[in-house]
Write a protein that binds this ligand. Structure first.
Ligand code: ADP
Ligand code: ASP
Ligand code: MG
Length: 412
């Protein structure tokens, strides 16, 4: 018999009927004799509502109280699911993060799981065959005894961490699609479900915008070698076996050059015109941004014809856009530039695949295909297994679909 972690996302537990359906998936695994720990998200829309209330109460609310509020959504789902399981005569109890405990770092709103005390949960398996229903997205900072949340989408990370903590044989991430697709199936109907995807590729997909898994959950799965399977809670509980296994590169037999395409609208572009082209200029621009904890992503520098000046374009996340513009405008004299132009109607499209390591010209084909559609590329970055282009947001779907077809990813 195995030990399993089953994670259910917000849409999967959106109402009592869906919670009953989730319970049928649990019932199947439990009846097969497995030890089962379940990790749940808040009901769909709940976390957004809670975040909205905090914003309404105060634009700059105390992050410790923000966490106290937003962590409450998962508590409701865990309790409701335990009630439904008990109704079905399956021994079950709910566990909040602090009860397990799941210990985290102190960063409120984006904590990291440091350690999980798994003894009580394992004792429940051994003595009562009890299903542990654990709240995702939250943990406890031991020194301050405060609740800390893990960042949006953090229940995925809770699930993988619990799987590592209790030594689970597999972590099943149940969501509203039946696996990881070549791109977001809601944008490209021809997207194909992947049977397998390598950890490195999934890591890039997640960090470049595919929100099906939180980035941190993929990192944890990779480090702790947690066998992670993405599947649908909407499949018939009595006949459910389809999904995507996140695995080592060596375990993929038929590998393609390009595995998937991700996109992120959470981008903003800043261009500084006529910047003095002298040593130290990049540091003068990027140090103040780094000091303010603003991450800069793509950077393009263009030398103007007129010697001695240059144009510099870079991207920051949409959330940092206003702050970055203010910092640079305040430092205009020290940096020495003519004008600052900003744009937030941009999207970053990324093409990912471990096959790029051994194939030349993969990106060049994309540039040509986008040009043929009249799509202008504003910035480019490349690395070993991916490249990204920044384009106008209005072209998102056209660009993703064009590249999806170009690399032979369309479903026949
Ligand atoms: P949950 O609430 O279960 O955590 P999420 O909404 O966080 O679910 O993630 C699932 C969603 O991720 C899907 O509905 C889908 O629209 C989106 N998504 C984006 N990229 C992909 C992809 N490559 N494969 C599958 N789903 C993706
Ligand atoms: N409920 C949290 C969120 O909406 C965590 C999660 O669903 O993974 O971000
Ligand atoms: Mg999610």
């Amino acid at each position: 018999m195995s030990r399993l972690v089953l994670k259910f996302g917000g849409t999967s537990v959106a109402n009592i009927e869906r919670i009953r359906n989730v319970a049928r998936h649990i019932d199947r695994e439990w009846k097969a004799g497995h030890d089962v720990a379940v990790v749940v998200s808040a009901m769909a829309g709940k976390t957004n509502e809670l975040v909205g209330w905090c914003d309404e109460a105060s634009r700059l609310c105390d992050r410790r109280e923000y966490d106290a509020v937003v962590a409450s959504g998962e508590q409701v789902t865990a309790g409701l699911l335990a009630i439904v399981l008990q109704e079905m005569h399956i021994p079950a109890r709910s566990w909040q993060g602090w009860q397990v405990p799941i210990f985290t770092s102190h960063e409120h709103g984006f904590g990291r799981i440091q350690h999980i005390e798994s003894a009580a949960i394992i004792k429940g398996f051994a003595e009562r065959r009890e299903v542990a229903v654990i709240t995702g997205f939250q943990g406890l900072h031991e020194e301050t005894a405060r609740i800390v949340t893990l960042g949006r989408g953090g229940s995925d990370t809770s699930a993988v961490a619990v799987a590592a903590g209790i030594g689970a044989d597999r972590c099943d991430i149940y969501t509203d699609v039946d696996g990881v697709y070549t791109t977001d199936p809601r944008i490209v109907p021809k997207a194909r479900r992947l049977d397998r995807i390598a950890f490195e590729e999934m890591l890039e997909m997640a960090s470049l915008g595919a929100k099906v898994l939180q980035v941190r959950s993929v990192e944890l799965a990779m480090v702790h070698k947690v066998k992670t399977f993405v599947r649908s809670s909407f499949d018939d509980p009595d006949n459910s076996n389809q999904g995507t296994l996140i695995c080592d590169e060596e375990d993929i037999v038929e590998s393609q050059v390009v595995t998937g395409i991700a996109f992120s609208r959470d981008e903003a572009q800043i261009t500084l015109r006529r910047v003095a082209d002298r040593p130290g200029i990049a540091a003068a621009i990027f140090m103040p941004l780094a000091d303010a904890n603003i991450n800069v992503d793509m950077i393009v520098q263009v030398a103007s014809e007129d010697s001695g000046v240059t144009d510099l374009t870079f991207t920051v996340s949409a959330a940092d856009f206003a702050r970055a513009q203010k910092i640079l405008t305040d430092a205009k004299q020290q940096i020495g530039f003519r004008t600052l132009q900003g744009a937030s109607d941009v999207v970053k499209i990324s093409v990912i695949g471990v096959g790029m390591r051994s194939h030349a010209g993969v990106a060049a084909r994309a540039f040509k295909a986008l040009a043929e559609k009249g799509i202008n590329i504003r910035a480019i970055t490349t690395s070993e297994i991916k490249f990204s282009v920044l384009i106008e947001a209005a072209y998102t779907e056209l660009a993703v679909r064009t590249l999806h077809t170009l690399y032979g990813l369309d479903n026949a």
